[in-house]
Design a protein around this ligand. Sequence first.
Ligand SMILES: [Zn+2]
Length: 384
Amino acid sequence: MFTIANGIILKGANLVPHRENIVVDEGKIIEIGKDSREGKIIDVEGAVVCPSFINGHIHIGDSIIKDEGYSLSLSEMVKPPNGIKHVALANASDDELIEAMKSSMWDMVHSGTTHFIDYREGGIKGVKLLKEASKDVPIKPIILGRDDSFYGEDPDLNKVKIAIRKILKIADGIAPSGFGEITMDVAEIISSECEKAGKISSIHVAESESNQIESLNEYGLSEIEKGVKTNFSQLVHLTNPKNNDLKMVCESSQNVVVCPRANATLNVGVAPLNDMLNLGLKPLLGTDNVMLNSPNMLRELEFSLKIMSVYHNDYIGPVELLKMATTNVCGFEINDVIRKSMIRENDFAEFVVFNSFSKNPYLNIINRVETKNILYTINKRFNV
Ligand SMILES: [Zn+2]
């Protein structure tokens, strides 16, 4: 048992600051209060105590080719099966992949992340490799798999269904790349099989303007409309929404993940985060391909804060932004799969203690602290 004493605790779903102590016993927060003190006392005088980060979207496998292909187009980089990422993955040995993924997971742990949602390539084997790599790292991967049977203009739907069911036995969900590679039939099978299994179905949508235009020309539907119609539980990017796209997502209560640094690296635009927040969406923030960006959420937070005011000529509330890296996940209907908590009594203790440099606890984290300023990361639940 121990007490983190005298910190500024960002409590509950809204990260409201309270100067209080947190008592932790066997991985759970058993008490929060001004006079609460039990076990070993760890005095963090004035430090900011924030829920640990969840990285809402990442491809950890492409850690093997960091910074390769810079300035190539989105499809040259990441489109299956010929993008440089997929060629590299196909040619990498299992050991190389495991070592690279492990190293990225340690980067995340050291920068305050305890959970990440990964789009894992390579079918069942790919899922198993990530599980193997994460065995000894104190982080919880939420793994979404995919299978080569999904691709092509006339896929064998029976094979697709069998592949999905096999992957779901060991993974937390399914995530094909995008609508450019799969038919609507395949998309529907993925989302309905995941729903039946209580797992996550996710897909990239509207990452680039050209994706959206191709989709509209070919089907009369934007990629976001397709994602809504086929009922994926989580949509990633929404960088280039059209007309009523965001409203539709809002009404469908799907989860949304945005990746501003990856979008900038690939030169595909800036997600309209302010519009999303005004509509009541509660996005998560993700760092996307490790080949493009470090998986460090502190870097993602600072970049996101600043790019919004540059690009959309509007400020984003620091607390709203910090929620995208922490408690927004608690509103997910797929919470059972993710099982991430916030700082409140009787919940799991999963939080980070940051040195304090300013009086604004939110901007302190987003705008001031570096990885080296993390005093403690408490994460007792990674292997549950
Ligand atoms: Zn992605």
